[in-house]
Design a protein around this ligand. Structure first.
Ligand code: 1GP
Length: 269
C-alpha cells in the first residue's frame, strides 16, 4: 500500500500521509479522533484529548460544518499541539478552517455535491492559503452516504443510499482516477446508523487507496465490523462528546479497530 509519488525526483507524499501508510502497514487499521471546534469547553476538550492519548488514537482531525469560528479552531490546535505529538489534520467545513498550526489538511472534494463550490470552488480559494501556510495537503474524495446529516445539507449533497454500494464504489473509483489518495465515506456526524458494512466492503474492493469511514460509529462492534469489511481508518467524534466515561468508550473502539486491523494483516500474509 506504500505510495511513492515522485515527480522530477521530488517526493510528493508528505510526512502525515507517510505516517498514515506506515501505521497502516504496522497495525492494519487506524483510529482518528475528530474534534469539532464548535465545542469550546476547554476542560472537556482537555479531558477528551487526555483520554484519546491514553486510548492510543492515531491522529486528530479538527473541523465541523456549523458554528466554527477561526479563533476557536486556532485555540483547539494549540491545545492539541501542547498535549499530543500525534498528527493534527484539518477536516475543513469551509475555507476559513485552514490554520497554519495544522500538520496537514484533508484537501477534499465533496464528489457527490450538486454545488460546484463544494467540489472545486472552495478548494480554489483555499489552495493558495494552504501553500502559504506550508500545510501538507492530502487529496481526498469525500463521499456522503445517507443519512448525511448537517454536512449533507450544508454541502448540498445528493447522499448515496446505503443499499446502493455500487454507486458509492463508482464515486470512490472516480476519485482515485482523478488522483485523490484517500476516500472518506461519511454518514454524517451523529448519524443514527453508520455507513453500511456492505458499502465499506464494496468500496474497499473498488479502490486501492485508504478508505476512511466515519459518522455514527459509537461502539467497538460498529468499528470492528467496518474494519473487517475493509475500512482502513475509523473516525469517531460524537462518541467523545457524548460519553460520560470518554476513556472507556474510546479505548474500546481503538482496541476493536486494532483487533480488526490485526485480523486483516493476518489475512494478507
Ligand atoms: C463526522 O465522520 C465524522 O464528520 C464523525 O462522525 O461525530 O458521528 O462520530 P461522528
Amino acid at each position: 500500500m506504500t505510495i511513492e509519488l515522485q515527480i522530477n525526483g521530488k517526493l510528493h507524499v508528505g510526512r502525515v500521509e507517510r505516517y498514515m501508510h506506515e501505521a497502516l502497514e504496522r497495525d492494519g487499521a487506524l483510529h482518528f479522533t475528530l474534534l469539532d471546534p464548535e465545542h469550546r469547553d476547554e476542560n472537556k476538550l482537555k479531558a477528551i484529548i487526555e483520554a484519546a492519548e491514553r486510548a492510543g488514537t492515531d491522529a486528530y482531525m479538527v473541523g465541523g460544518s456549523l458554528g466554527v469560528v477561526q479563533s476557536a479552531t486556532t485555540q483547539l490546535m494549540k491545545l492539541l499541539k501542547k498535549m499530543s505529538k500525534k498528527p493534527v489534520i484539518v477536516f475543513p467545513g469551509n475555507v476559513d478552517a485552514v490554520t497554519e498550526l495544522a500538520d496537514a489538511i484533508f484537501f477534499m472534494s465533496l464528489l457527490n455535491s450538486r454545488n460546484s463550490y463544494w467540489i472545486s470552488g472552495a478548494q480554489a480559494i483555499g489552495a493558495p492559503v494552504v501553500r502559504a501556510f506550508g500545510i501538507e495537503p492530502i487529496p481526498m474524495a469525500y463521499i456522503i452516504m445517507e443519512p448525511g446529516g448537517t454536512v449533507s445539507f450544508i454541502g448540498d449533497a445528493k447522499p448515496i443510499p446505503n443499499d446502493k454500494p455500487d454507486i458509492a464504489a463508482a464515486y470512490a473509483l472516480a476519485g482515485q482516477y482523478m488522483g485523490m489518495r484517500v476516500v472518506y465515506l461519511e454518514a454524517g456526524s451523529g448519524a443514527k446508523k453508520p455507513v453500511d458494512v456492505r458499502v465499506v466492503a464494496t468500496v474497499r474492493r473498488a479502490v486501492d487507496v485508504p478508505v476512511i469511514v466515519g459518522g455514527g460509529i459509537r461502539s467497538a462492534g460498529d468499528a470492528k465490523k467496518r474494519v473487517e469489511a475493509g475500512a482502513d481508518v475509523i473516525v469517531t467524534g460524537t462518541l467523545v462528546e457524548d460519553e460520560k466515561d470518554v476513556y472507556k468508550a474510546l479505548s474500546a473502539v481503538v482496541h476493536a479497530v486494532k483487533e480488526g486491523g490485526k485480523k486483516r494483516l493476518k489475512k494478507k500474509a
